[in-house]
Design a protein around this ligand. Sequence first.
Ligand code: CMC
Length: 406
Amino acid sequence: MAAKTTPEEATTTSAPAAASPAASPGPPLFRPGLEGVPATQSAICDIDGHRGVLTYRGVPVDQLARNSSFLETAYLLIWGELPTIFQLNDFQHEVQMHRRVSFRIRDMMKCFPASGHPMDALQASAASLGLFYSRRALYDPQYVTEAVVRLIAKIPTMVAAFQLIRKGQDPIQPRDDLAYSANFLYMLTEREPDSLAARIFDSCLILHAEHSLNASTFSARVTASTLTDPYAVVASAVGTLAGPLHGGANEDVLDMLDQIGSIDRVEDWLDQAIASKQKIMGFGHREYRVKDPRAVILQGLAEELFVRFGHDTMYDVARRLEEVAADRLGPKGIYPNVDFYSGLVYRKLGIPRDLFTPIFAIARTAGWLAHWREQLGANRIYRPTQIYTGSAERPWLPLESRPASS
Ligand code: CMC
């Protein structure tokens, strides 16, 4: 289990918190970014940030990345247990049956500006599913199962559709003979992928499928707690994932490596970046004090791809950056996170840079849905409090009485 910091142990920006509001009338605890504040109880995922161990429902993620498939892992996350062969076949079949999206959604996507970011296109398309499946029966197991299947099945189709639409092409239909990841790569590139590429891509989805109460999952749980529909839950989470401090960092890592350019420039670049208080993209994590275990696995996957499809000199720059950063940032517990090597894997697979975060969303939909179900299982609407720092009560003034400078 991860070493947990209790609210009382951590530094606060106000007077020490009391055990309960009733026990003391003192100022409430305020911790920016809610660092160390438990906002829910969850049985889905555990992170040991000191040992660098990540488990989904108790199963170490490296074992899943090596042996499982994304759909099996999604099943584990969402329903709590590894599926039997019958359950897995059934789930795979259901997902396969629901991969297509309505022509109305495809037509809507054709109206999106081609220059728009695919994450914005995905957020709008995911939200639009709520228009088509508007029955909201959150406590009907059949409804929940259908919503889970639809979202897992259709999100990749929508990501691939926007990619073709923005190039001026018509989206292509899913192929029933292809497994989940192979089918996504096929819909994206219009070519049946190499089996190693499809397997490695599937492992990437497993590694990104869940990560406890990160910003987008918190967003999903807050949205879920209002008892809105699961399409709105996923759409709100997609919007949160898009930011550069969260899922959007994987794109920025490659931009940064481009900017550095070559291994001999790494040291100077890093020293300058640190001196100007720049955040190094793909480094640091609220939960880890060691290298993110997902980064370790992704680095291995990148190397497998290089052996098969040729080396990438950008990888040499990344490795040198990791080496130099270990010296400069390591003492502060800042090491590569999941985003540091994922972009290099996707680049080798020929995936455009601005699709990296939508791919993260395809994977994380499994985690968001697991949290959606868990939230509904013991729901109480999220409604935190705040510490008001504004003006004391004062009267409204007519325009002519207001001071000129205000
Ligand atoms: N480069 C340089 N310094 C850093 C970095 C970094 N990437 N990350 C943290 N620090 C320093 C930060 O400057 C601060 O130093 P000081 O105390 O001297 O002011 C200290 O570490 C704490 O930083 P923080 O921003 O308060 O830490 P946080 O827990 O709020 O932020 C983070 C976590 C992931 C947002 C942050 O590490 C970061 O911005 N990293 C770069 C963006 C990135 O790679 N994001 C992907 C995160 S993993 C995948 C995901 O969640 O989607």
